[in-house]
Design a protein around this ligand. Structure first.
Ligand SMILES: Nc1ncnc2c1ncn2[C@@H]1O[C@H](COP(=O)(O)OP(=O)(O)OP(=O)(O)O)[C@@H](O)[C@H]1O
Ligand SMILES: [Mg+2]
Length: 461
C-alpha cells in the first residue's frame, strides 16, 4: 500500500444519523469512506471498493453484524474489522473477536477513540502486507508438485491460490475449457485447513436437470417416485470440506435460489424433507463462460453472482502463457511414458517448435491428449514431428477447419457422431473417450445414454 494513498474504510451502520456522522468525521480525518445501511449492501461494497478496513455495527437488520463479520472474513481473512457494540456489554464484542474482529469500540464512543483503533489496525495490517510482499520480492516462487506454472501469469494464479486457500472464501474460477480449473480447485482444497476433509465435485451439465437438485441437497424416502430410501446430497457429503461446483453457469434458476440460501445461511432441507441441515462447506465454483453476460441476459441471478464472486481467479488460456509449454510437455510426457512403460525421454526440437506455434484451442487438456496419443503411437525414444498430430485432433477442439457441419447434418447429430467416433477410437474405453472429448466421464455417460448407447458395466474400462 502506498503511504500517500488515502485508506478506504467501509462503514456499515443501519442508523442513518450515526452513519452520516461517521462518514463526515472519518472523512475529515483523511479517510476515504464508503458506507452501507445493512450487511447485504456492505458485502457488495466490499467486493466493489476493496476497502482497507471495515467498521461495522453488531446489530444490523437482516443479516446480523456477526454474520456479516464472518462473511467479510470469508472474503478476505486478513482484512481488519472493527465492531461497534451498542450494549455496553462485553459479551457481544468477545463473540465478535472470536470470529475474527480485530478490535471493538463500545457505544457511545468518541471519535478520537475510534480513530485510534482504526489507525492501529491499519498499521498492523500494513506491516503484515509489507512482510508478505517482501517475501515475494525475495524470489519466493510458488511451487506445487502437480502444477506447472513458470510463467508470470500462472505464478499470479498460484499467488492467489496461496492467499485464498487458508480462508473460507467462496472462490469463482474462470477460464476456457481445459485450462486447469479442476486442478486449481483441488489445489485450493489441499492447501486449506479443510484438506483433511472431503473434496466433493459436482458438474451441473453432467447431471440431468431434474436430478441436479436431489444430487445437491439429497432427498428423503418417498420424495418422488423411485426414492425408495433417503439419500444425502453433495452438500452433506462435503461437510467440513470443499464442494466444487463445476459449470455453475448452467445451473437452472430454481436451483440458483437454493444455492443462494445455502451460501447465506449454510442450511437447507433435503427434497421432501422438513429437517433443516446445517453444513460447514467451502464452495468453489467454476465456469468456462462469462457469467456477467449471463447476468445481463437474466439467466444468472445477480445476488448469487455476488455471493460466488467473493474471490475470482481467472486462469489464462494456454496460448497466453506459451512459455509454460516446454515444461508442461515434459511433465506430461514423463507421466505417460511412466504409465505406459515406454522409454520415451524427450521431444525433438522441431516437434517442440510446432507445439510452441500452435494456438491450443483446447488448452492444457489438448496438449495432454496430444502427448498421450504420441506416447501411445511412438516407436522411438523421443517424440518427433511425426508423433504429434495437431490438425488431426483439433477437430474436437473447435479449430477453424471444423467450423462447418457436414451437409445435411444437424448440430446434435454431429455431436452424437463425434461422441460415437471418440468411443470407437478409444476402443470403448470411456475414460479415454471422455478425455479426448474434453468431457467428464459422467458427462460422457449421460450423453451416451441420451443417444442410446448402452452402458453394459458401471465399472468400466
Ligand atoms: N498448469 C498445469 N500443470 C499441469 N497439468 C495441468 C495444468 N493445467 C491443466 N493441467 C491438466 O490438464 C487437464 C485439464 O485440466 P482441468 O481438467 O483442470 O481443466 P478445466 O479447466 O477444469 O477444464 P473444463 O472446463 O473442460 O472442465 C488435467 O488433466 C490437468 O491435470
Ligand atoms: Mg473442469
Amino acid at each position: 500500500m502506498e503511504t500517500n494513498k488515502k485508506a478506504a474504510i467501509l462503514v456499515v451502520e443501519d442508523e442513518a444519523k450515526m452513519r452520516r456522522l461517521l462518514e463526515l468525521q472519518l472523512g475529515e480525518e483523511g479517510f476515504l469512506v464508503h458506507s452501507a445501511p445493512d450487511a447485504e449492501a456492505g458485502l457488495q461494497l466490499l467486493v466493489r471498493e476493496k476497502p482497507d478496513l471495515v467498521v461495522t455495527d453488531l446489530r444490523l437488520p437482516g443479516m446480523s453484524g456477526l454474520e456479516f463479520l464472518q462473511a467479510v472474513k470469508r472474503a478476505n481473512a486478513g482484512l481488519p474489522v472493527v465492531v461497534m457494540t451498542a450494549y455496553g456489554t462485553v459479551e457481544s464484542a468477545v463473540e465478535a473477536m472470536k470470529v475474527g474482529a480485530s478490535d471493538y469500540v463500545t457505544k457511545p464512543f468518541s471519535l478520537a477513540e475510534l480513530v485510534l483503533v482504526i489507525r492501529k489496525e491499519l498499521d498492523a495490517h500494513r506491516l503484515r502486507e509489507e512482510n508478505r510482499s517482501l517475501r515475494e520480492a525475495l524470489g519466493k516462487r510458488y511451487a506445487y508438485s502437480n502444477i506447472i506454472a513458470h510463467s508470470d501469469k500462472m505464478q499470479a494464479v498460484l499467488a492467489l491460490v496461496e492467499r485464498v486457500a487458508p480462508t473460507n472464501s467462496t472462490v469463482l474460477l474462470g477460464g476456457e475449457s481445459g485450462v486447469g480449473k479442476d486442478l486449481i480447485a483441488r489445489a485450493i482444497h489441499e492447501h486449506s485447513q479443510r484438506a483433511a476433509g472431503p473434496f466433493i465435485k459436482i458438474n451441473s451439465t453432467a447431471i440431468p436437470e431434474n436430478l441436479l437438485e436431489s444430487e445437491l441437497f439429497g432427498y428423503e424416502k418417498g420424495a418422488f417416485s423411485g426414492a425408495v430410501a433417503s439419500k444425502p446430497g453433495k452438500f452433506e457429503l462435503a461437510d467440513k470440506g470443499t464442494l466444487f461446483l463445476d459449470e455453475i453457469g448452467d445451473v437452472p434458476p430454481a436451483i440458483q435460489v437454493k444455492l443462494l440460501r445455502v451460501l447465506q445461511d449454510r442450511e437447507f432441507e433435503r427434497l421432501g424433507g422438513t429437517k433443516t441441515h446445517k453444513v460447514d462447506v467451502r464452495l468453489i465454483a467454476a465456469t468456462n463462460r462469462d457469467l456477467r453476460a449471463a447476468l445481463e441476459e437474466g439467466t444468472f441471478r445477480e445476488d448469487l453472482y455476488y455471493r460466488l464472486n467473493v474471490v475470482a481467479i481467472n486462469i489464462p488460456p494456454l496460448r497466453e502463457h506459451k512459455e509454460d509449454i516446454p515444461a508442461l510437455a515434459k511433465f506430461l510426457l514423463e507421466r505417460y511414458a511412466r504409465d505406459s512403460g515406454k522409454p520415451i525421454s524427450g521431444i525433438a526440437p522441431e516437434a517442440m517448435k510446432r507445439l510452441m506455434e500452435y494456438h491450443w484451442p483446447g488448452n492444457v487438456r489438448e496438449l495432454q491428449n496430444m502427448i498421450e496419443r504420441g506416447v501411445t503411437l511412438s516407436a522411438g525414444t523421443t517424440l518427433g514431428l511425426d508423433d504429434i498430430h495437431l490438425d488431426e485432433i483439433s477437430w474436437r477442439a473447435g479449430s477453424s477447419a471444423a467450423h462447418t457441419l457436414p451437409p445435411g447434418m444437424t448440430l446434435e447429430q454431429w455431436e452424437d457422431e463425434t461422441i460415437r467416433e471418440a468411443l470407437r477410437r478409444a476402443n470403448g474405453n470411456k475414460s479415454q473417450a471422455a478425455r479426448a472429448l474434453g468431457l467428464s466421464r459422467n458427462a460422457l455417460r449421460y450423453r451416451l445414454s441420451k443417444i442410446g448407447v448402452p452402458d453394459p458395466a458401471e465399472n468400466e474400462k
